[in-house]
Design a protein around this ligand. Sequence first.
Ligand SMILES: Cc1cc2nc3c(=O)[nH]c(=O)nc-3n(C[C@H](O)[C@H](O)[C@H](O)COP(=O)(O)O)c2cc1C
Length: 200
Amino acid sequence: MQKPAPSDHPIHELITHRWSPRAFDAKPIPADVLRSLFEAARWAPSSSNEQPWAYIVATHDNAEEFAKMTSVLVEFNANWAKHAAVLALAVSELCFAKTGAPNRNAQYDTGAATALLSLEATAHGLFVHQMAGFDPEKARQVFAIPTGWEPIAAIAIGYPGQPETLPQLYKDRELAPRVRKPLQEFVMTGQWGHTASFLS
Ligand SMILES: Cc1cc2nc3c(=O)[nH]c(=O)nc-3n(C[C@H](O)[C@H](O)[C@H](O)COP(=O)(O)O)c2cc1C
């Protein structure tokens, strides 16, 4: 299903067409495409080029690893995400590897990497749905995530499915219009709350 962003200003078509579905097709993602997705994440910018991200990835055909991944999701997410071809967990290293000083941009950089992964996915006809709804402590145990690394977001990746296949709760959300704050609310100049003049 297409759900293009009704943007107020022209944006790149990859951004227009990226969205977060809950209906996924079972079709597997070829390994070379998966490599491209994580290659896109690899080329994200990061503070001091620290690249403080890691991804734990489970493909649907590996039943044991896939079950481990669904086991850390909250039920609301597991119920739809279990149909995605791939599930992943984005993890951030919270301190700089060389100095041990806190990296206050680690999560920001991990988000940037996942954003690029999402756009690369869109270019391949795939969709990415990120999830805060998972149990970070369970994820730490299940995947033996070391101290100093923090699970940030679970990620479902797959080809789009049919909204009709979803239970009503999810179907309503799937078909709901896409909404955003206006630029005037978050683009400022000079002082907090002063809308940037180029917007008027
Ligand atoms: C960090 C993050 C956490 C999210 N957590 C969840 C979640 O737990 N469950 C869910 O169904 N959607 C989740 N979402 C999806 C958002 O609800 C979605 O991105 C937002 O409504 C905007 O819709 P769009 O991505 O289709 O433009 C999350 C998205 C992000 C980026």
